[in-house]
Design a protein around this ligand. Structure first.
Ligand code: FAD
Length: 363
């Protein structure tokens, strides 16, 4: 069991009010009124119920890798999800279904499934955070997303005060979203993933990954090779957490790739005509997804572009905003995000939306 989550560095009792910057990969966020650590599903439910009984707002926090918390912190109880472990709950000749506790470090799980010869998560190697947070924004990378393997989620329903199972079809999975994102109703306790028993990855869908592996799109490769290639590609972009690399002091991609209706896409193409054909992908229905990284770069915000107090665009990836000084405020990061969003809108007429969950701050 690796200790991948930040923990208090002062030796303070973790239930004392504490600065949330210690628990976020951006190293930003003011203090919580109360901080509680939950080591099991039962404890998570209990801590949430206790806070409700005190009439306090609740924030569920796990790896802190997809949140931007305001400088004022959180005026209620923050429950740190630290319930770990996973077990096989169903299997047949071709598949295994693993039930994973919400606080299990995501990449530990991916490494274990690859080592077992279970295929389905290998392209999601190196993503920070917890297994329980993966359904929240339907975590995805390099042509895979968790919606393809999740069969159901066990969650505490804060509206009806009961633990329920939500089948995958009812999770509302879409690109970087689900019914769980921006909802206080559900607390994810564990997640079921159905994986194929196979020494090989699924068909490689992402051209950059296929190139790195020296194969064609659609080919399958040994699971360990897929994992190694993804980790290499991610590290080159500052997309694997590294305490010594300030390019990784981020939430990964700060903006989602805009999804445009056909008409809006054609208008955008006209405005970008002087720049050649912009990268785009067909979405479900008559929509087109465009590259946020390209928009940001072409609007004049290149790698390393600085904001106030030492925040900056990562020097390795245009989509990552970093607290590279380690001492900035959330206000400074949000000011940089706003400048980029407005600059992209002025240049292309396209609105960027933040990917992380913003808590007590807005852009
Ligand atoms: C360097 C870097 C690279 C990244 N790369 C990717 C990527 O390739 N693809 C991708 O999709 N994401 C990526 N991310 C974003 C992030 O790692 C994922 O979204 C991850 O799943 C967040 O997990 P977490 O445990 O850190 O969640 P947190 O940041 O702790 O929480 C995020 C949100 O989920 C809620 N939440 C967390 N746990 C629960 C729970 N058990 N029940 C209910 N709500 C919960 C929180 O309240 C919050 O709203 C990256 C982040 C970083 C820093």
């Amino acid at each position: 069991m690796s200790d991948v989550y930040a923990e208090p560095t002062t030796g303070a009792d973790p239930t004392d009010p504490a600065t949330l910057a210690r628990y976020t990969t951006l190293r930003l966020g003011g203090a919580a009124r109360r901080l509680e650590t939950a080591g099991s599903a039962e404890e998570i439910v209990q801590k949430v119920q206790d806070a409700e009984a005190r009439d306090e707002p609740v924030l569920i926090l796990a790896g802190g890798s997809n949140v931007v918390i305001g400088d004022q912190g959180f005026p209620g109880t923050v429950v740190l999800v630290r319930a770990r472990g996973f077990r096989v709950v169903a299997e047949d000749a071709d598949t295994v279904t693993v039930r994973v506790e919400a606080g299990e470090p995501w990449d530990d799980l991916v490494a274990a499934t690859v080592a077992q010869g279970w295929s389905g998560l290998e392209c999601l190697s190196g993503i920070p955070g917890s297994a329980g947070a993966t359904p929240i924004q339907n975590v995805g990378a390099y042509g895979q997303e968790v919606a393809e393997t999740i069969t159901g989620v066990q969650a505490y329903d804060r509206t009806h005060h009961e633990v329920v199972r939500i089948e995958a079809g009812d999770c509302g999975f879409v690109y970087r979203g689900s019914i769980f994102k921006y909802s206080d109703r559900w607390v994810v306790l564990s997640v079921d993933f159905r994986l194929a028993r196979s020494p090989l990855s699924g068909p490689v869908r992402y051209a950059e990954l296929a190139r790195a592996l020296g194969v064609e799109v659609g080919d399958r490769v040994p699971l360990a090779d897929a994992r190694a290639a993804v980790l290499r590609l991610r590290a080159g972009k500052g997309m694997v957490l590294d305490a010594d690399d300030p390019d990784t002091w981020s939430v990964g991609s700060f903006f989602t790739n805009p999804v445009l209706e056909r008409e809006a896409f054609e208008l955008f193409r006209e405005r970008a005509a002087d720049l050649g054909e912009p990268p785009s992908w067909p979405g479900a229905g008559d929509v087109v997804k465009v590259s946020a990284a390209w928009l940001i770069d072409k609007a004049g915000f290149g790698k390393g572009y600085p904001g106030p107090e030492g925040v900056a665009i990562s020097s390795k990836h245009t989509l990552a905003l970093t607290n590279r000084s380690g001492t900035a405020s959330t206000s400074a990061l949000v000011a940089l995000a706003r400048e980029i969003r407005d600059g992209v809108h002025d240049r292309f007429g396209v609105t960027l939306h933040p990917e992380p969950v913003l808590i007590n701050c807005t852009i």
